[in-house]
Design a protein around this ligand. Sequence first.
Ligand code: FER
Length: 248
Amino acid sequence: MEEFYINSDGCRLHAKIDRPEGFTKGPLCILIHGFTGHMGEPHIIAAQKAINEAGTAVLRVEMYGHGKSDGEFKDHTLYKWVTNALAVVQYAKKLNWATDLYLSGHSQGGLLTMLVGGMCADDLKAIVPLSPAWMIPEIARSGELLGQHYDPKHIPEKLEFNGAELSGDYIRVAQTIHVEDEIARYEGPVCIIHGDDDETVPFSYAEKAAVLYKNAVLVPIKGDDHCFTRHLNEMTAAVKDFFVRQLG
Ligand code: FER
């Protein structure tokens, strides 16, 4: 394991690379956590290990306002995360040992994976959104985030939840994002893995995305929740299986 920081326009992003045993050159998957998450969460570590077992190196990175990266949580927005992820893709493209590049992320990191997949379609051999929270822009436009209601035309200064704060700019940015545009821009293989009992992101979004993408498979994890706490081994088996097939 190698730990370091990636520069995203002066913002230091905390990163770790894990390589499979005996790996010197080969594919690399960027892996990103969700909203309030970080790279040490059980489902993120489990996904990283599964990708490594399939012979692919993993670059875990924490986005603005999360984990040990720069920025305050309350100030993070999807634009800041997109800017960060673009810097990470550029960083990964310059690694001389990395051959094919993949992008995966959980929840808000899965939404980011869908957005950046469309934006960097030529650079990414496949994308793997895990429980992707692609309803966020829609619900932000409808006036409901984090279970709280507001007037979508008059955005509050901040949202408060669980003792934390989120700036109104998060909402302003989210309202402008149209995920369908980026779905249409990505024609490579997509593997969506989603628990069908997800309490945070409705499973129906995974079904909708799988239909909209030109080349997607959806692996439902029966009875599982947002962070795959009930059937983590089924999520990791699906991840490993997808990456093993990519090598073949
Ligand atoms: C929300 C529902 C889900 C929301 C964010 C999420 C900001 C993200 C969840 C995750 O990344 O795990 O209303 O509002």
